[in-house]
Design a protein around this ligand. Sequence first.
Ligand code: FES
Length: 303
Amino acid sequence: MTVQEHEIKSKPVGSVLVLGGGIAGVQSALDLADSGFKVYLLDRSTSIGGVMAQLDKTFPTNDCSMCILSPKLVEAGRHHNIELLMNSEIKEVSGSAGDFQVEILKHPRFVREDRCTGCGECAANCLVRYESQIPETESVREQIQGSELQKLDSILKKHEGDPGALIPVLQDINDEFNYLPEDALRYVAEILNVPLSQVYNVVTFYTTFSLTPRGEHVIKVCQGTACHVRGGARVLSEIERNLGIDAGETTEDQKFTLETVNCLGACALGPVVVIDKEYYPTTPAKIEKLLNKYKKSDEGEET
Ligand code: FES
């Protein structure tokens, strides 16, 4: 036998059909394709990835599921031994082991797969339009009280016409009310014409925003590395002891809200505390005097 004949004989021959384009199907297709088989990867849906593509984390390690899955999807999509048969299903299987014939029904996609670049223009220009199925709801405006509505309107007017107005508007509302009331968020979403989910995305991303009422004075204690090694944790305990609350809580009289942050950008001064945007490099021993300053100034205002 010549070397060429040996190579041809030892190469895998035939083709394999893998059913299901989930993570198991994709991995099987890749393994078979890497072994030299021609692989047809068939799935009823219009894309590979399956349920795993819809997950955020994987059990039990809490790894990001897309970080595991997406390199495999790209590899499967580009592998020269893999042919994707999406939007397809099996009609009939005949034959016997080693010689199966499979009849596949491929549903129409209405786009040329070989020309599609995923630009989305076809969807934007589609002549078929669907009416929204979401029932009309009463405007949030009716549910907001007079003075609150006036404040919201003046904030929204200030940022009128600004395409990136969402964050500045939320900052102004947060400053005005000391937190972001639910009605205000729904009103902002309605007026700026952005989905409420997007508003909540922004609000929950930045720690500067609060969804619960805060105290008159907001105390932020830095727990970043630079402050931590210089006693940031002891400063926090001293404030908690003095005010009788834990981090994340507000005093009963609504005077102080205590929060922790990971860096206040003043590492050289650590440990640092910020009260109402005023920076204080401090120590546990100085806390009482510092807080008294705010307690007394409030008492002075009341008398
Ligand atoms: S770590 Fe505290 S200010 Fe940077």
